[in-house]
Ligand binder design. Structure first.
Ligand SMILES: O=C(O)CCC(=O)C(=O)O
Ligand SMILES: [Fe+2]
Length: 261
């Protein structure tokens, strides 16, 4: 079964693939984000959603207030008040070890079709799957009242695939290229009152490439009965990458692999 929606994304046709890559590279250059709507074939998306729903009871509840910039570009900024600002992070996260090793999500994550597209769109020479058994594909579930506050990522880029849209809220909002912005601009973004922010339209089945180290971004509060479910796909430029235990403890509440369920 084909995972990518080959009608919209004919990646085996070199000319059409080149046009898809060019468009994404252009979007990334302009504002650090490239969206591929309806990237997944409907049957494969249904399989991914079914797996996500089945594994939800195993997800770890995270409910914290966090700073927006743990080690990022503004960490040494003089504005003490700005550095101490925090926002809510509330969601459930599923560790990668709990996913089916032969499921559609894992096959997609490891596919050369996806990895070469990511490599070419981001214009990087090498890209490897993450060797860490807990953090490589992670599912995030957000229900009523959940949100992910403004932050910069530690990673250069992230690849995400929205599996299920919230009825209301759960929007992806970002302010690109603000890693060297003056403090008053950052305050305005955190206050929700900046012209530098924009909303990225993301529907179920949208693949998003995002440069999150230079862009402040957040997921707005979810309302309504339908959970927002997203798969975050992590890669690294070198093979064999393993995350620090502190990252795993913070995100998943554990550092050890759980026995097969
Ligand atoms: O859920 C999303 O769309 C974004 C997630 C995100 O920003 C992150 O995990 O760092
Ligand atoms: Fe992020």
């Amino acid at each position: 079964m084909s995972i990518v929606n080959a009608t919209l994304y004919p990646l085996s046709d070199p000319d059409r693939r080149a046009a898809i890559v060019d468009r994404a590279a252009g979007q990334l250059g302009e504002d650090g984000a490239a969206a591929f709507p309806d990237f997944i074939a409907p049957a494969a998306l249904a399989e991914m959603v079914a797996e996500a729903a089945a594994k939800f009871p195993l997800a770890y509840r995270r409910d914290q207030r966090l700073g927006f910039n743990p080690q990022g570009p503004i960490a040494d900024m003089a504005d003490e008040e700005l550095r101490s600002r925090t926002s809510p992070y509330s969601m459930w996260i599923l560790g990668s070890d709990l996913l089916d090793p032969a499921g559609a999500l894992r096959r997609f994550y490891e596919s050369e079709e996806l990895m070469s597209l990511v490599r070419d769109a981001l214009d990087i020479d090498s890209l490897h799957t993450i060797a860490d058994p807990l953090i490589n594909i992670n599912l995030t579930y957000m229900g009523v009242g959940d949100q992910q506050g403004w932050h910069f990522d530690d990673n250069d880029f992230v690849v995400s695939l929205l599996l299920q849209e919230a009825e209301t809220g759960g929007a992806f909002e970002y302010a690109p290229g603000v890693d060297d912005a003056p403090p008053e601009d950052i305050h305005a973004i955190l206050d929700g009152a900046s012209p530098r922010t924009r909303l990225q339209k993301v529907g179920a089945g949208t693949l998003l490439l995002f440069r999150g180290r230079r862009a402040l971004h957040r997921v707005t509060e979810v309302a309504g009965g339908t959970q927002r479910i997203i798969a975050l796909l992590s890669y690294h430029r070198e093979p064999g990458f393993i995350y620090a235990d502190s990252v795993k403890q913070n995100g998943l509440g554990r550092t050890e692999v759980l026995a097969a369920q």
